[in-house]
Design a protein. Structure first.
Length: 419
């Protein structure tokens, strides 16, 4: 596997101590921001990281390392270490592809026109329903491998291409299986309210079925870590999404939302009111919506792949998010129809060039803030004592290279849970 650390005896035993020495470290920890390092990234020059049992027990100066006489010692030779990257919004598991729709868009058709003509999400629903669980797993592994080659150690995977109880559960089971086949954490999201399936002609009735039938099965089988919905004119109204979300929260599941991508229906404000982990896309979010998200601590997940692929021109209100202090994450939105993107490094470049996000915002957006968008900021996203030891080790001279480069990954090694 490209980017994995070389096999060695200690890797067979995850409890074996390991130490990475002679490294430049971007901890992404707010407690280190401005302390003699690059503002925002919490950098350490000539630093060291020690791990036992997959958890960080030291990050800082090599002179302060604890005594670990049996530890494996890895010389980083001055390379940069960041937290393992986190792709906090993907639709990685799906059947088929939609390259024909790409041709239609090049000929002038809009996303809404294609969707209303029976294409879009529902065409992927048909292919996904027809695929076996094993087929979905096999197709998704190639996409996961590509993300991992960019230093990604955690991936969120949404359902939403089944839109029936059996097909949605099949998607979620396939996503869970990926985590047992690769050294990566898979976070699953039940995107039940993604689109209206062809067998329904009433959106409220479909929401009823989601709440009464599918959502309880997902919760009972513990197949989802969160619940999502597409709040848009071609999908579901804020009232419909709110009803679905309240049912999810009653079952103990946190929520997130596809919001304000094509119009401002107040999805960002809804996310804030319900305490959602994140609101994603946000091209048409208002200043009031940005302020509400900041007050609620809801993360704005920027998805430049879809913006680029759909040739949109209305950008998310990045300046409003900055002004209000809304946390911002960046993700690939990997999906077959609007963002067939499997490089989180390229997503950062797009966020910088298209959205005018800064280098620090991009890097924090795929580490610390991405972890927050998944509700996992206490475990991953920064290099701090007690957190999971997920590392990406880079052949770069400065962190900006990770945002600057296009079509090239300078990953030297990838470490997951200290291995």
């Amino acid at each position: 596997m490209v980017g994995e650390t070389a096999p060695n005896p200690s890797q067979a035993d995850p409890t074996h101590p390991r130490i990475w020495l002679n490294a430049r470290i971007a901890t992404m920890a707010p407690s280190r921001a401005g302390l003699g390092g690059r503002e925002g990234l919490g950098t350490i020059e000539g630093g060291a990281i020690a791990t036992v049992g997959g958890r960080i027990i030291h990050v800082g100066d090599a002179a302060d390392l604890p005594v670990l006489p049996d530890a494996e010692r890895i010389d980083c030779e001055g390379r940069w270490i960041t937290p393992g990257l986190i792709d906090c919004h993907t639709h990685l598991v799906f059947g088929g592809d939609r390259s024909h729709e790409f041709e239609l868009r090049l000929a002038g058709a809009s996303y809404e026109e294609i969707a209303r003509a029976g294409g879009g999400i529902n065409s992927t629903v048909t292919a996904t329903r027809n695929a076996s669980e094993d087929e979905l797993v096999a197709a998704s592994l190639a996409r996961l491998d590509r993300l991992m080659a960019d230093g990604v150690t955690t991936v969120e995977v949404k359902s939403g291409y089944g839109l029936s109880a059996d097909a949605e559960l099949k998607q979620l089971r396939a996503a869970r299986r990926l985590g047992g086949l690769r050294h990566a954490d898979i976070v699953t999201t039940f995107l039940g309210a993604h689109a209206l399936p062809r067998e329904f002609d009433d959106k409220d009735r479909f929401i009823d079925v989601l709440i009464a039938d599918i959502l309880p099965r997902v919760a009972k089988e513990k197949l989802a870590d969160a619940v999502d919905a597409f709040c848009e004119g071609i999908a579901f109204s804020p009232a419909q999404c709110e009803r679905f979300f309240k049912a999810a929260q009653a079952l103990g599941l946190p929520v997130k939302i596809h919001a304000d991508q094509l119009s401002d229906l107040g999805g960002a404000a809804l996310a804030a009111r319900l305490g959602a982990l994140s609101a994603d896309h946000l091209e048409y979010t208002s200043d009031q919506g940005a302020a509400a998200m900041a007050a609620a601590g809801t993360v704005a997940v920027i998805l430049p792949g879809a913006f680029y692929f759909l040739r949109e021109t209305h950008k998310p209100p990045i300046e409003a998010f900055r002004r209000h202090g809304t946390p911002m994450a960046v993700a690939t939105d990997c999906n077959p129809g609007t963002s067939p993107l499997t490089s989180l490094l390229l997503a950062m470049n797009m966020a910088a060039t298209l959205m005018r996000m800064t280098v620090d915002e991009c890097l924090l957006g795929v580490t610390r803030e991405a972890a927050r968008a998944l509700g996992r900021q206490d475990h991953i996203g920064t290099l701090e004592v007690g957190k999971q030891c997920d590392l990406a080790i880079w052949d770069i001279e400065r962190p900006a290279e990770l945002v600057y480069r296009m079509g090239f990954s300078p990953l030297h090694a990838r470490v997951w849970r200290g291995q």
